[in-house]
Design a protein around this ligand. Sequence first.
Ligand code: ZN
Length: 511
Amino acid sequence: MAVKTSEKLHQLREVLAEVSDLSRAALLLEWDQETYMPPGGVQGRAEQLSTLLKLAHVRLTSDEVGHLLDDLEEEYADAPFDSDEASIVRVTRRDYDQGRKLPAELIAEAAHASSMGRPAWEKARHEADFSIFAAALEKNVELNRRIADALGYKERPYDALLDRSEPGMTTGELAAIFDELKQAIVPLVADIARHAGAVDDAMLYRGYDPDLQLSYALDVVKRLGYDLERGRQDLSTHPFSTGISPGDARITTRVSRDFFNECLFGSIHEAGHSMYNQGMGAGIDRTPLWDGASPGIHESQSRFWENLVGRSRPFWRHFYPSLQSVFPDSLRGVDEEAFYRAVNKSQPSFIRVEADEVTYNMHILLRFELENELLEGKLAIKDVPEAWNARFKSYLGLDVPNDREGALQDIHWSFVGFGIFPGYTIGNLVSAQLMEKVRADIPDLDAQIEQGQFATLLGWLRKNVHVHGRKFTPNELLERATGKPLTAKPWIAYVRKKFGALYGLSDRAAG
Ligand code: ZN
């Protein structure tokens, strides 16, 4: 019996290894597309990617895989839940079922609509005119709804789309969490606005040599624990990270002479993603388990390093003297405390990707609400800009000047991909939830960071998060690592304390 069992699992793992190789080859082509590919390569690259991804999908959803899963589920019924074997069977089953539920024509139609949506969105954004994009968005909403119907759901169509990116999470759970955030953050944002003068960040715009910024950022992420024997840094318009294999987890960054934050914090963010990939267990390589538990959990790792570590006082106590020696002119007369305050400036702004820690989640809440209303037919396409602007005013206190800085700013609605945005907020919340447990387990964490020692911290994340890859759903992972499912409380406590102190808010207002 034991021989038969290992034979079937061996067969499944051979198929999964092929699927993984095809997907990883596609990742490398995508990386190249965003970094070095000449403009003329667009058409050929789209064809290559489509071929590779189609082959991977066909292989994963084949009858052969279905039969192997049926047998293996029986044979491994008593295997420990967290064993590699039981987890490979369980997670492959989830991917297989979802893949089989979506008809090939629907996938093709969605891919086509996405490629048509991109130029419509670009033109509309360029002209700041939502009406140019309305028809494409209408089509995308319809396709999102058909995908939700094909996948199936109990209560709300969004459940199906959310479950695809954040397995096990429901719209209702998330709506309750967002509501809690709204109650806490809207007054905090208003309070900070009344004390806006407390933080001055003018020195961040004083001019920083780009080459020096790049080498400084690379040195910092190396010292955090990003392994350059198994990674590299390149330039791209939009920074991203790519986990191609355990030996190859890359980051890209961008650099601006006129604004310091972009290169360093962008590099730390992407290195946080890539350190996650570098820490995944060897036993799950070339299986569906070798990936982040979800986009939200992946984002928790980048936000953890970027904000909870990189924007902390102990971090700058360690790094500021060396930064100042690299940029003596731009940082003349600026002390460590002033610099720490500057990189934490909070101010409502129109563009999500530029938003600070406090205001960021409000941008996501707004999109979560609108996606749900569109999907359920409660909001007409033509009314999107008005709904956007009204909510923006109520959550962040700003009057949106035009659609470019409003409903048209993100690329996400140009393709068929509702359900992705919440991952950004989940990432923020999870980073604080993990940090709360890290502090309990490593009481001298701040002293270690002040000394520039990050190995114990990285070791904790490796053991509790990284090594598991996709073995667990987000809530299973959080229960194991922190004893609780996803909660907004640690994050709310963290921003109230940090920004209350930064802006000199009263305890009542801040607490
Ligand atoms: Zn990220």
